[in-house]
Design a protein around this ligand. Structure first.
Ligand SMILES: Nc1ncnc2c1ncn2[C@@H]1O[C@H](COP(=O)(O)OP(=O)(O)OP(=O)(O)O)[C@@H](O)[C@H]1O
Ligand SMILES: [Mg+2]
Length: 345
């Protein structure tokens, strides 16, 4: 295997500390993904350098000029504290004509906007819950064509930010309260979407032109009040203690009828192609009790920690973690950005 110089691009606050023993403790450390990727790259024998950024592109440019990486491994999710700007940093890397891992900037931008994603999926006849936007400063009113229960979330934020049990609303009053809360807490436009009762599924997709799907993954709520919505709230996602208390687990989705499995995988490949994604992504879905598949969103820069859904489902599909990281590097090197096509041959 060819040894590469890999520049690992991350947020400056998430550069792993000298002593990384806490990675294997009971709490979820914020720099776990960065740590896991660096460890895997070292295991693979690549030469790595870390560049931590927050709001200074010069740091990144200097690192690329000095280190001359074969490829930049992208773990960055924001710039200037704005998650939508993550894609702008990858644009910058592309403009410097350096290869990068993961999704291209256009795909990152589209997938980041849940309303734009919905419009594109609807055009492609891929089933996604009906929804509407309530901009900051506008009073919350239920769009006439939507029916309760509705789920209230940010149009552009991820990591389940602002998602709680109270996000599922069943009346005009609760809708107004939740929208006001989201507007005042995050200052961002809000997406109001029909709530899909059912199973919570995640599917990893990896590739450039003809992507492969990883085994279908499911979050199960094993010790949970029967009447509470089974959704991935902030606490469900980020509190290990809460996960233990309610016996919330993720693993291979059990007992899916072959035609349902086929529908899920077809939807995921459809989303990947409709949004123009590349590298790797994770598609979040709901499966209704009637067997209908609903696409909730596409994550074009999903968490790559060793014990997160993407890597775990890759492992279940026969791809151990270092092999997954190597595959992502290979895809990065194989991706043809526009400047390559524009070069005289
Ligand atoms: N329309 C919906 N119907 C049912 N559940 C939903 C719906 N929209 C969101 N959810 C629930 O809320 C969770 C978070 O929503 P979503 O994936 O859109 O937000 P996110 O903050 O981008 O999450 P991520 O952590 O995946 O980046 C979903 O995993 C799902 O459990
Ligand atoms: Mg999600």
């Amino acid at each position: 295997m060819r040894k590469l110089r890999v520049l690992v691009l991350m947020h400056e606050d998430l550069v792993p500390p000298q002593d990384t023993s806490a990675r294997h403790g009971p709490t979820i450390v914020p720099w776990r993904t960065e740590h896991d990727i660096l460890t895997a790259l070292a295991e693979l024998g690549h030469e790595t350098r870390v560049v931590g950024v927050h709001g200074d592109l010069q740091v990144l440019r200097a690192a690329i000029d000095e280190f001359k990486p074969h490829v930049t491994f992208n773990v960055l999710e924001e710039f200037h504290g704005v998650s939508l700007y993550g894609q702008a940093v990858i644009s910058f890397v592309e403009l410097l004509r350096c290869a990068y891992s993961g999704c291209n900037p256009r795909g990152l931008m589209i997938a980041h906007d849940k309303l734009l994603t919905k419009k594109i999926l609807t055009w492609h006849r891929i089933r996604t819950p009906r929804g509407g936007v309530i901009p900051v400063g506008r009073k919350a009113r239920k769009p006439a064509r939507l029916d309760y229960p509705l789920l209230v979330k940010s149009v552009v934020e991820d990591a389940s930010l602002g998602i709680a049990q109270a996000s599922v609303v069943t009346s005009d009053e609760k809708l107004r309260d939740r929208v006001e809360f989201m507007h005042s807490t995050y200052g961002l436009d809000v997406l109001v979407e029909e709530y899909i009762d059912g199973r919570e599924l995640y599917v990893g997709v990896i590739g450039n032109g003809r992507p492969e799907t990883l085994p279908i993954w499911e979050m199960t709520f094993n010790d949970w009040p029967t009447d509470a919505p089974r959704i991935a709230t902030e606490r469900v996602k980020w509190s290990a203690a809460y996960q233990r208390r309610h016996d919330i687990r993720t693993g291979p989705a059990a007992a899916l009828a072959p035609e349902v499995e086929r529908d899920i995988l077809r939807a995921c490949r459809g989303v990947y192609s409709a949004l123009g994604l590349s590298g790797y992504a994770r598609i979040d879905l709901r499966l209704g009790p009637d067997g209908r598949v609903w696409v909730i969103e596409a994550n074009a820069n999903p968490d790559l920690a060793r014990d997160e859904d993407f890597a775990e489902s890759a492992r279940a599909g026969g791809l151990e973690y270092p092999a997954l990281i190597q595959k992502i590097l290979n895809l990065a090197l194989a991706w043809r950005p526009l400047w390559k096509a524009a070069e005289p041959s």
